[in-house]
Design a protein around this ligand. Structure first.
Ligand code: AMP
Ligand code: MN
Ligand code: MN
Length: 312
């Protein structure tokens, strides 16, 4: 059984994989966990995370009956599309997720778009099949709930989030430890970079949209990791005179090509940002979605406006 978090894993996808590892261990089921990109150090507190490999030669060394993906709307976002297409056999794909944009790409799709996190989908699954949740699994499941709801603050937080959160704390999840690890993950240089990004915030005239961006070049002056910039889009969402915010981040892909990652957030119930993201090849939720396109950000002044051109 191969377990796969989505690329550039966040707390939800990685803690789902870790919780599932514990479940498979309990039944002595052979399993491997593979992530197609590096794993952030801020998540290295998760039980079993040290067993998640980033080595793609596992596809040559093992024959997988089943592939389980967690928190990924499509197989390429999971980062394993190209590896699975290259196999001369077809494993069964089981897709655990909660994104509205999920493409139902598995033979089994355990997708609950009302769940606050994929770990919530797993909590319901474990409870339904009658597996005991130990304190390590509880810590994993609570991590996903906390990272996807910004510690029970954003619109994905429901009564069920709070009650399952409380049940997990009762089962021994380390609430304060998780909080410490996920909220205190910024470097000094990274926060200075935030200052630059915040100073570029631009209100799109006639639209209630605020936009800002970061450039690859900025990193020369402000050395930073992906973790450092994690949270910018959720922070700028706090602006009270914009209904939607966009953070465009220029970065270099592994092959050296410049790309732009867009993160969108809205507080309006009448806007579904996942639709915009899907039209740009991305995905996500109604109120939080993202996309990645090849290209660079061009700053241009025209009638005093700044125009962003993420496409080349
Ligand atoms: P982010 O802006 O990266 O925090 O992402 C917001 C939500 O959109 C998360 O639930 C992501 O899983 C999802 N998302 C972001 N980028 C993509 C993408 N390129 N394809 C599919 N889903 C995405
Ligand atoms: Mn995720
Ligand atoms: Mn999620």
């Amino acid at each position: 059984i191969l377990l796969v978090p989505h690329q550039n894993p966040d707390g939800d996808t990685l803690s789902s994989v870790c919780a599932f590892m514990q479940y498979l261990r309990f039944y002595s089921k052979n399993h491997t966990a593979f992530c197609s990109t590096r794993i952030s150090e801020s998540l290295n507190f998760l039980p079993h995370v040290e067993y998640v490999t980033v080595d793609p030669t596992i596809f040559d060394r093992h024959k997988f009956d089943t592939v389980c993906t967690f928190d990924a709307g499509d197989i390429d976002y999971a980062g394993v599309g190209k590896f699975l297409r290259a196999l001369n056999y077809k494993p069964v794909v089981i897709n655990f997720d909660h994104h509205i944009s999920n493409k139902r790409f598995g033979q089994m799709n355990i997708v609950d778009v009302d769940a606050s996190s994929t770990t919530m989908v797993l909590y319901n699954f474990f409870t339904r099949v009658g597996v005991a949740i130990d304190k390590h699994t509880a810590t994993c499941l609570l991590t996903g709930l906390m990272t996807d709801t910004e510690t029970f603050m954003n619109g994905a937080t429901k009564a069920s989030t709070l009650s399952v959160g409380s049940a997990l704390v009762r089962l021994g999840a380390n609430f304060n430890g998780i909080k410490q690890r996920i909220l205190k993950d910024k470097s000094l240089s990274g926060l200075r970079f935030w200052g630059i990004i915040l100073s570029r915030l631009y209100h799109v005239p006639r639209r209630s949209v605020a936009v800002t961006y970061s450039l690859e070049l900025d990193k020369l002056e402000h050395p930073s990791t992906d973790d450092d910039l994690d949270g910018v889009s959720n922070f700028i969402k706090l602006i009270n005179d914009a209904d939607m915010v966009i953070f465009l981040k220029e970065f270099r892909a592994v092959d050296g090509a410049l790309c732009v990652k867009g993160s969108m957030r809205t507080t309006l119930d009448t806007v579904d940002v996942s639709k915009i993201a899907v039209s740009l090849g991305g995905g996500g939720h109604k109120k939080a979605a993202g996309f990645t396109v090849p290209g660079k950000i061009v700053e241009r002044t025209k009638h005093g406006d700044i125009i962003f051109e993420p496409f080349v």
